[in-house]
Design a binder for this molecule. Structure first.
Ligand code: GLU
Length: 492
């Protein structure tokens, strides 16, 4: 088995393209096949500078590796690795020329000199008569002499596929089953454009043949041109690969996943602090399922489980809430060091110029106590955390009073807390603080809520936060005592 991912460098890596790349990767690795990367850049008008490099970097960030194809060298330049190059289509012009000559010689392709105006008129006429847009074979019968004369006169031309009418074209899609279409419904597709470069259809078939592709696994949008590709394989007398087309990715309202409704660029998700492992796990489940209700998979586990038989036929909904949930699970699996390393840049950016006011140790602690509340790493940069960096807590004093308590009791508890904390000489860890103060509350016969509620509010000014002991651990004794003092003052 040999499969490929063949992106066009037209911008960022779309989340749907990540899925295509991932499924090809999984298919190859599951079957001990090879996976290669080809750059389909024949549409020069859509080329976005650096998009090719970014594609490679993003695939690498997601830990998808490939056996041959384009890659980056140490200097960050695109190079070919492997025996089937060049892997960039714009460098394969002579190869396409050779094969188009073959088709011209066997009468399976022909020169077309029709002007843009003529084609436009034709389309308007077809639209007015409710006919499908299709070239009318105007140039199909030009004699070799006429063709030569026109070329000699410098007329612009394209080369088209010659589709014989009334034939049945069949192929089996490994996800969707047998597909059959009458050739009358197929256009005489342009194979070579007037700039001399091939169209996607021609280059794709020639390259998949020359590069030994056995399985073409790609997005749904390519299913309709596949009969043209099948015809090309037949015209050349080449064995055709097996085809499988993935389903559409949908927004929760079932419309096609689009930029308008949110991010679709993998880079943007990574930049927000979605972990590549979580993103890959999430994307794997968009159109494939393991046959039971398991949802958390490492890449290796996916390799073991993946099969085309378990790829669905209906569209897969991209549910951001589920991605957040899954990413949270992966964040909680990180080691403390890894979490700190990954989240720190977001926190530093949030703090901006003020970042040097706090020690590394302090910032690390802030990150660690937030772990359970992070869906993505950038959540660490939230204004809700300002109590760690700002001593002036602006809260309503009434918030200090627990729902089953009153002002007097609250004041008393805050004062007791203040002296107990001042005297505390035990270990400064979340667990030790927890054990000490819970036992202390019990000793006095107090209610936990009546003490811990005002403690939390005094320390952070909010109803929701990490536990009061986590807050104590981060803030340190001195700050905590000061804040308790301020709270008492607010109630008097
Ligand atoms: N260049 C095409 C794309 O970006 C590849 C389609 C295919 O895999 O054949 O979608």
């Amino acid at each position: 088995m040999r499969v490929r991912f063949a992106p066009s460098p037209t911008g960022y890596l779309h989340i749907g393209s990540l899925r295509t790349a991932l499924y090809n990767y999984l298919l190859a690795r599951h079957n001990q096949g090879t996976f290669f990367l080809r750059l389909e850049d024949t549409d020069q008008t859509r080329y976005v500078p650096e998009a090719d490099k970014k594609l490679i970097q993003t695939l690498k960030a997601c830990h998808l590796d490939w056996d041959d194809g384009i890659d980056l060298n140490e200097a960050g330049e695109i190079v070919d690795k492997g025996d089937f190059g060049p892997y960039t289509q714009s460098q394969r012009k002579e190869i396409y020329q050779k094969y188009i000559q073959e088709l011209l010689a066997s009468g399976k392709a022909y020169y077309c000199f029709c002007s843009a105006e003529r084609l436009k008129e034709l389309r308007t006429m077809q639209q007015n008569h409710n006919l499908p847009p299709k070239y009318d074979k105007h140039c199909v019968n030009l004699s070799p002499e006429e063709v030569q004369a026109k070329i000699a006169a410098g007329e612009k031309y394209v080369i088209r596929l010659k589709v014989e009418g009334n034939q049945t074209i069949e192929f089996t899609d490994l996800i969707r089953g047998p597909i059959s279409i009458n050739s009358n419904d197929i256009d005489d597709q342009v194979l070579i454009k007037s700039d001399g470069l091939p169209t996607y259809h021609f280059a794709n078939v020639v390259d998949d043949h020359l590069m030994g592709t056995t399985h073409v696994l790609r997005a749904e949008e390519w299913i309709s041109p596949t009969p043209k590709h099948v015809l090309l394989y037949e015209y050349f007398g080449w064995e055709k690969p097996q085809f499988a087309h993935l389903t559409l990715l949908l927004n929760p309202d079932k419309s096609k996943l689009s930029k308008r409704q949110g991010d679709v660029a993998v880079e943007d998700y990574l930049a927000k602090g979605y972990l590549p492992e979580a993103l890959v796990n999430f994307v794997a489940l968009l159109g494939w399922n393991p046959g039971d209700d398991r949802e958390i998979f490492t890449l290796d586990e996916l390799v073991k489980e993946f099969s085309l038989e378990k790829c669905g036929k209906s569209g897969a909904v991209f549910d951001l809430k589920k991605l957040d949930w899954m990413n949270g699970i992966y964040i909680r699996q990180l080691s403390e060091q890894a979490l700190v390393d990954k989240a720190k840049p977001y926190l530093l950016e949030y703090l901006g110029d003020k970042k040097n006011q706090w020690s590394d140790d302090y910032l690390n602690k802030v990150i660690l106590v937030q772990r359970d509340r992070l869906n993505k790493l950038s959540d660490i940069a939230s204004d809700d955390l300002s109590y760690f960096f700002n001593d002036d807590l602006n809260y309503n004093p009434e918030l200090l009073v627990w729902k089953k308590s009153d002002k007097e009791k609250t004041t008393e508890h805050l004062k007791s807390l203040q002296s107990e904390l001042t005297a505390y000489a035990g270990e400064w860890s979340i667990q030790a603080l927890n054990d000490h103060f819970i036992a202390w509350i019990k000793e006095h016969g107090w209610n936990n809520g009546d003490v811990l509620w005002p403690l939390r509010v005094a320390l952070c000014g909010q109803e929701k936060s990490p536990s009061p002991f986590e807050l104590l651990w981060v803030l340190g004794k001195e700050k905590a005592v000061t804040r308790l003092n301020v709270a008492v003052g607010k109630l008097s």
